[in-house]
Structures are given as C-alpha cells and as structure tokens.
Design a protein around this ligand. Sequence first.
Ligand code: GLY
Length: 391
Amino acid sequence: MKKLIILLACLATMASCSAPKQESMEELTERVMQTAEQQYKYLYSQLEDGAIPQSLLPNGDLKTTNIYNWISGFFAGTSWYIHEYTGSEEMKKIALEYTALQEPVKHVTDNHDVGFMLYCSYGNALRLTGDESFKEPLCTGARSLATRFNPNVGVTQSWSPMPQHDWVFPVIIDNMMNLELLMWAGKEMNDQSLIDMAISHADTTIKNHFRDDFSTFHVVDYDPETGAVRHRATKQGFADDSAWARGQSWGLYGYTMMFRESGEERYLAQAEGMADMLIERLPEDGIPYWDYDSPKIPDEYRDSSAGAIMASALIELSQYVDSQKSKLYLATAEKQLRELASENYLAAIGTEHGFLIKHGVGNIPANSEIDTPLTYGDYYFLEALMRWREL
Ligand code: GLY
C-alpha cells in the first residue's frame, strides 16, 4: 500500500511537471502587442495616400476606404493603443497622421457614425497626448451629430430613409456607441442639451429596441412626427427577430459606457441583463457565431469582432457589479481574449495584410466581409487587453 501511494505521488508530480504552464495575461498581452506593432507597420506600408484599411476582399486583397466610412477612426485608434503599450514613436507618427486625416469628418451630418469615427481617433489622441487642439474636432463633431436628434422621437437618426424597406427614420442599436462623444462633449462644453440627447436616446432605445430576454433588435424605424414605432427589423442579422451578434455587443458596450458617463442605475441594469443573457448563449470558446439565432449553428461563421467588443465591455462592466458577477464577467472576457490571441484567430506576422485578428463577419445579408479580418475587431481586441492591464 505504501509503495502504491509513493508511486501515485511520483506520477502526480511528473504529470504536474510535464503540463505546459499557462501563459499569463501579461505575457499574452506582450506577445499580442509585439505582433500588433509588426502587423500594423506592415499594414501601413501598403497604404496609398489617404487610404484607410477596412478589411480583406474575397480574393484576399486589402480592402481600403476613405475618411467618410464609419470605420475610418479605427486604424488611427488601434495605432494609438499600440503606441500606448509599446511606446513606439513610429506608431505614434502613424496614429497622428491618420487622426489628422479625419478632421473633415467633424462636419458630417448625413449619418450617425461621427461618434465612432472621431472618438476612437481624436478621443485617444487627446487622452494620450493631452494636446488640447484635439478637442475642437471632437466638439464640432458632437454638434454635427446633435443635428440628427429628433425631439419628437427622442433619438438621433442613424440612417437616411430606406424606401426599399419602407423605413423613414431608421435607428440601429449600434448608435448607442455614438453617445460617448455626446456625453464627453456635453461635459467638455458644459452643454447639458448634448447630455440630455444622449440620455433620451439611451432611454428610448431601452423602451423600443429590446425584447423581454434582453436581446435587441438591430433596426427600429420610427415615425418622425409622432415617435411611434413603425418597424422592428434587421439589416445585418439573420432575421428581423434574431439576435445579430455584433448588435448585442454594441448594446452591452453602449449601456456599460452610459452607466459610467451618467451614473444612472437603469443603464447598469440593462448592461447586466444583456451580459447575463449573452454569457448563457455563448459557445464553449466564448466567440459568438455571427448571429446567436442562426439555424446553421454550429456549422456557422463566428464573428471575432463581436467577441472582442463583448470582452472589452465585460471587463469594464466587471468593475461596477457585485463580486460574484464580476468574477463571471472577467472569466468570460479572459476566455474570449485567450481564444482571440490563439492561433485560431491571431494572424501570423506577415499574413492577413497586417490585420491582427481573423474570422470577423461584416455583413452576411449583403454578402460582404465574410470570415475576414475587420479593422474594428482589432481595435476592440487591443482596447480589451489595455483594459485588462488596468485591473
Ligand atoms: N454599423 C456598424 C456595424 O456594422 O457593426
């Protein structure tokens, strides 16, 4: 018996010695950031003047766009995060160049994306340099965004009317993200009207975009005179009544941010409700399928961008909730970040034209950007790692 116990003890010691030690989150972040620096320098080296990297084309070529696309701030924003972590002056130069390029965006009034476009670039530029000259484009951009607020409805309009869908005043859940610019500018300029618009938008969206289980519709179309809901629908999801994954992540991130910015408990409750529902519905590895309700699951595309946005939101939300929930949110975010940093998702250096994470989905119904890197996937992945570092 004694010999058997000694033998078992030896075997246990050998097993524990041979098991590979798990990489710490600090080591993982260092590895990802070093990869990101090399990848983004490579990505930058391929850009023609003024071209902004968006994704890859179906033939594998680099897909670029101009400053008026909703994604235009992410390349600068990701470059800012890489500079912040590595201290690379070359990355700072790239970040500054691509931030400055976006200046005319401050006058955009024909869509709601000004928040995405300016806050990721100019917002990070201001945060990291303290240079006050970055404030003016942010303030002017917020005023441009505010022109889209309709007091009859209580929200800012996302898109122009779409007669093919009979939509006259479409508002998408993604628009929650643009409220961060309104909240910042309202405080900066001491203009309560901007803050009131953001609060009204968030409240109206709770009322009209959500289902009883805390999942959200993608599009709500309003009557601009009465504020009545005309349609609840989707543009990028599997079906009108399905849970399009990135939309769920935008909602989670948006209400977490609105709680931080306003202190209103109802936004925290909304974010917690969403987080709990989404965590229940995630696949084992934590990276959502592109729509939680696709009938093809598990033979379905993942959306790495939805996973990255969700991880970043969960890390912030974990700081506002009780310790049991905090542990759950952090464990989920850690699982997501470890998966995104694995070879399943992280691009090898010199591949994917320099993007960082693979397997995103832009818009399946439009047959666009399917199973490909996406600039915003990279942005929220690095933001999440930076947030983890601050824990
Ligand atoms: N409209 C932003 C997105 O496609 O998620």
